[in-house]
Ligand binder design. Sequence first.
Ligand code: FES
Length: 104
Amino acid sequence: MKNRKWQDIISLDELEKGDVTNVKFGTKNLAVYDAKDGIFVSLSRCTHGAANLCDGYFDGIHIECPLHQGLFDVRTGEAKAAPARVRLKMIPSRVQNNMVQVYI
Ligand code: FES
């Protein structure tokens, strides 16, 4: 895709500590995970159905979908439990100057 660049989406101070935060960025609805291994970002929509993963349970590594309890590893996007089978769309992310940035 053309014109991709690193863009600020939220400051670290605004994140739910150890949890998932829903961030709307342009037309995208993102889930920002304050995980045990760092910050990760995915599209917030479950790959199984029309659920927002930000309403699910996050244990620091896995996000559990609130609708049918599908499970994803937020470090890779890998689907870990049925009925979720398709991996989560992860967004490249980094932290710079106290800001979470995504490459989109
Ligand atoms: S909508 Fe997420 S597991 Fe069904």
